[in-house]
Design a protein. Structure first.
Length: 250
């Protein structure tokens, strides 16, 4: 939601109370189109956290960028806003994957263990896929989910989930509940794309209406997501969902 990690994203949570965290993850920001991956200019959540960082007298930053193998590729230090901007520009020039066209189907994951220990974390695998799949296209999310759903609050929301439109309306003006935003992220994606799941650590009884698109084996899940797709369809594989920075070239 902040566009890029680092800097102000580390300061604000470090000094914030739960009330602030809830507001940051409320529909006010979750439904803001510019509060998304890779977005800096005009991102209202970025402006909010920069203000918080200034209130905390944040005056020095040391950030690093990473390669796909998690090795350090760059070091950026100095005045927080300028140093972070330099890191962002470096990432844009070195790590942005450009596709020639939108995909009909994206198969993605939360980058494996330990990031797919729960369904709550596994949903983050949708992150890159939403930017490269065409409207109405399909996304298959893979995750082991060895520790099940996630927090009790999230599990309760998921079990009663009856669909994207109903859920988004239900939480629009209600008091924010811990971890509701992850299901909100999924619901917002579901308004635009068909979602499929292979999450063996989670039973259908825990998934609300998502159970209809959850499959017992990987083969069944792939067969379902590919059913009816034309032979010349574009299929993108994104094994490291939360870490991928990809866009369709204009």
């Amino acid at each position: 939601m902040l566009g890029f990690s680092g800097g102000r994203k580390l300061v604000a949570p470090g000094v914030a109370a739960q009330q602030t965290i809830k507001v940051i993850h409320s529909p006010r920001f979750m439904r803001e189109p510019l509060a998304t991956e890779g977005s800096i200019a005009g991102n209202p959540l970025r402006a909010e956290l920069l203000e918080m960082a200034a209130m905390a007298r944040h005056d020095f930053l040391l950030d690093v960028t990473l390669t796909r193998e998690r090795e350090i590729s760059g070091i950026f230090a100095g005045e927080p806003v300028k140093a972070h901007a330099a890191g962002v520009e470096f990432l844009r020039s070195t790590s942005l994957a450009k596709l020639s066209a939108f995909a009909d189907v994206v198969i993605t994951s939360a980058a494996g263990h330990p990031l797919d220990l729960t369904f709550y974390q596994t949903i983050k695998g949708i992150t890159a896929a939403t930017h490269i799949v065409k409207p109405g296209g399909r996304i298959l999310v893979l995750g082991e989910c060895a520790e099940g759903i996630g927090s009790p609050e999230f599990a309760a929301k998921l079990k009663s989930y009856s669909g994207a439109t109903a859920y988004l309306e239900q939480i629009r003006d209600s008091q924010v509940v811990v971890d509701q935003w992850q299901l909100e992220k999924l619901a917002l994606t579901q308004l635009r794309n068909e979602l499929f799941f292979y999450i063996p650590g989670v039973s259908k009884s825990q998934l609300g209406c998502l159970a209809d698109r959850s499959y017992a084996t990987l083969d069944e899940a792939i067969a379902a997501v590919m059913h009816g797709v034309p032979p010349d369809a574009r299929v993108a594989l994104v094994p490291d969902g939360p870490y991928v920075f990809a866009r369709v070239a204009p």
